[in-house]
Design a protein around this ligand. Structure first.
Ligand SMILES: [Zn+2]
Ligand SMILES: [Zn+2]
Length: 178
């Protein structure tokens, strides 16, 4: 813990950022944990289970993150494992703010409110996880770095685009079908 360098992204870096503090990563897999620690997921950090990485500035993402953008990655459900807390997830679905008319179902930790993933009715079989829930923070900057930034047209004026990331004015990818 004491020798962690912010410059070395080749090593796992699991800071104390959840109530559990037991996240981990390997060459092939990593965990994502909610804020309180009750819910923990396991997922692959390369294809074919890891399908896409992207950030989104759309109005729906801004509202549901209570922030200015969402940072996401898409995992095929065949590769997503609930290590604990699945029964502690609450779902909320709506299609009102989804431009395609698809219904988006959101899975929150009942205890702490962390949004663990979203599932679109237009892209069944895939879950859209949140990069910020991944316990190994090195992965935020390496294997899970967004490939695409979408809905650039909706980005707040005081932020600039992500470096080295494809910029798309509107919608780019299915699972975030807004
Ligand atoms: Zn929680
Ligand atoms: Zn969005």
């Amino acid at each position: 813990m004491t020798s962690v360098s912010t410059a070395d992204k080749s090593k796992p870096y699991v800071p104390l950022a959840s109530g559990a503090g037991d996240g981990w990563s390997t060459e092939d897999e990593a965990t994502a944990t909610c804020y309180c620690g009750a819910v923990q997921l396991k997922f692959p950090i390369h294809g074919p289970g890891l399908v896409e990485t992207f950030m989104c500035n759309c109005t729906d993402c801004r509202k549901i993150t209570a922030s200015m953008f969402a940072s996401n990655f898409v995992i095929a459900d065949t590769h997503l494992v609930h290590l604990r807390g699945r029964e502690n997830l609450t779902t909320y679905s709506q299609s009102h703010t989804i431009g395609t008319g698809n219904s988006m179902t959101n899975y929150f930790c009942t205890t702490c409110g962390t949004l663990m993933y979203r599932v679109s009715s237009g892209f069944l079989g895939h879950s859209v996880l949140r990069i910020g829930t991944v316990d190994d923070f090195s992965l935020h900057q390496t294997k899970l770095k967004p490939r695409v930034e979408q809905f650039v047209k909706d980005r707040v004026g005081w932020l600039h685009g992500a470096e080295g990331v494809v910029q798309v004015q509107g919608h780019n990818f299915g699972p975030n079908a807004v």
